[in-house]
Write a protein that binds this ligand. Structure first.
Ligand SMILES: [Zn+2]
Length: 88
């Protein structure tokens, strides 16, 4: 079985670089309001492990869409587990 980290993060030399790049990615990316399409949103706590956001323009509250994320938390977690098991 091919290494998941290699498959999904060919440029990641180690897990800390991987996590760092993901954090950076999350910071740059502003969530878009599904109602008014504004990117003037702010974080609004967490629900069931999902990051919640609130639009500054219209006040709409929403959770992040998994599809908009470059990599799912499941894959990230799996990579982390494999790394910790000495497989990554
Ligand atoms: Zn809005």
């Amino acid at each position: 079985m091919k290494n998941l980290v290699d498959v999904h993060f060919p440029n990641a030399r180690n897990i800390s670089a991987l996590l760092k790049s993901n954090d950076k990615c999350c910071r740059i990316q502003n969530m878009k309001c599904p109602k008014c399409n504004s990117t003037q949103t702010r974080k609004n706590g967490r629900r069931r492990g999902q990051q919640c956001f609130q639009c500054r323009i219209c006040g709409r509250q929403f959770v992040e869409s998994p599809k908009s994320q470059p990599y799912s938390p499941q894959i990230k977690e799996l990579c982390l587990k494999m790394y910790l098991n000495g497989m990554g």
